[in-house]
Design a protein around this ligand. Structure first.
Ligand SMILES: Cc1ncc(COP(=O)(O)O)c(C=O)c1O
Length: 395
């Protein structure tokens, strides 16, 4: 049978996280592994009410085939929100509704990447981007992340004369590191891209989950023609809806729409209408504020527990938002070995290696703080701390 599979399937890494999620289905496991929102805040009643409203009228078009671009009022809502909240000049025809931003990544891959094309990604990178782009068999050019964004010298080196097609970046509360790009770093990157033919993919599902500080500018505000912005309702409403969007200028949008037609004709019309109805019935900003307050507290509890239970040599990032923090263990420790031990103690996290396309990350762990309540965070970190200390002594 294996001779029948397309060669490209050999290049695609299996999602480590989806594999780990099988372990974490066990309710006894305290999981810091998945990037799951806290289900306590899924607006179940409000979604039920919106669904009844959408289906109550005589208009049955929510159940009919529809346009590839998406439900027009929802596209208008998203564009308006960009104008109001992020002060970026976006119109509804620059929005394509997708099945989560994950589909956005796949469509971008389909439109831009041919076999062996060079694309720049962050190091560490969002695992789902590595997986989505791998289908198109690119050569990945990793650019290290430092405290306030991508390393500029490395980015220049990668882009210089190498006909790189795109740079995928998660500039707010990056998955997996929690790092955000400073305003200066963004400005420097915009300057580089102004002189370069490359497209920047600003994958931004987390910017609404900001705990403190002012939101820096979107790359789209400087690089309108060559910035592709991805957004999602997964982290603010619910990921099971599978709704996100791509924001791009006309020339790119035309190609993305064609790619999406070939993939699935259009995203689920019923869901698009339900989400739109939910958004006009409810104050989404209030809902987001509720989530932020809880995630911020959970982040604080996780950091305090780490400070109490992990050895002092361990370094962590302290994100101002999002869902993850990134742990760097002493070099002699293997996060993969620790993972095996942790699972036996009913705690899970994601070891660093799958976030790197060129090796590395062996002593890193990604910890999710959004999905567990405070007690579980304290207990889970305590168990991890015990294991790290024990392993350190044995090495
Ligand atoms: C950086 C990033 N991009 C895209 C996604 C995919 O999100 P969705 O397809 O649910 O919108 C995720 C999910 O965790 C993510 O972290």
């Amino acid at each position: 049978m294996s001779v029948l599979f397309a060669e490209r399937m050999n290049a695609i890494p299996k999602s480590f996280i989806r594999e780990i999620l099988k372990v974490t289905e066990n309710p006894d496991v305290i999981s810091f592994a998945g990037g799951l929102p806290n289900p306590r805040f899924f607006p179940v009643d409000e979604i039920a009410a919106a669904t009844s409203e959408v289906l109550a009228g005589t208009d049955v078009s929510a159940l009919q085939y529809s346009t590839t671009e998406g439900y027009q009022p929802l596209r208008e809502y998203i564009a308006q929100r960009y104008r109001d909240m992020k002060k970026i000049d976006v119109t509804a025809d620059e929005i394509l509704i997708t099945n989560g931003s994950q589909q956005g990544l796949d469509l971008i891959g389909k439109v831009f990447i041919g076999k062996n094309d060079r694309i720049a990604i962050e190091k560490p990178a969002y695992l789902g981007a590595i997986q989505a782009f791998s289908v198109y068999e690119p050569q990945f050019c990793p650019v290290s992340l430092i405290d306030d964004g991508a390393d500029i010298d490395q980015l220049k080196d990668v882009l210089n004369g190498n006909s790189v097609k795109l740079f995928h970046t998660v500039i707010n509360f990056q998955n997996p590191s929690g790092i955000s790009y400073s305003e200066n770093r963004r400005r420097e990157i915009a300057k580089i891209f102004e002189q370069n033919g490359t497209v920047i993919v600003e994958d931004d599902p987390y910017s609404d989950l900001r705990f403190t500080g002012e939101a820096p500018s979107s790359m789209r505000s400087w690089l309108a023609d060559r910035a592709i912005l991805l957004g999602s309702f997964s982290k603010t409403i619910a990921p099971g809806l599978r709704l996100g969007w791509i924001c791009a200028k006309r020339e790119i949008m035309d190609k993305l729409v064609t790619a999406k037609q070939a993939s699935d004709l259009h995203s689920n019309s019923l869901c698009q209408r339900i989400v739109h109805q939910y958004l006009i019935n409810n104050d989404i900003n209030r809902h987001i504020e509720t989530i932020i307050a809880v995630y911020k507290r959970q982040r604080d509890v996780m950091i305090a527990a780490i400070e109490e239970h992990f050895p002092k040599e361990v370094k962590i990032t302290r994100p101002d938002g999002g869902m993850f923090l990134w742990v760097t263990l002493p070099e002699k420790l293997s996060a993969l070995e620790l993972f095996e031990l942790a699972v036996k103690e009913n705690v899970a996290f994601v070891p660093g290696t799958p976030f790197f396309v060129d090796g590395g990350g062996t002593n890193n762990m990604r910890l999710n703080f959004s999905n567990s309540d405070e007690e579980k965070i304290q207990e889970g970190i305590k168990r991890l701390g015990r294991l790290i200390n024990k392993t350190l002594v044995e090495k």
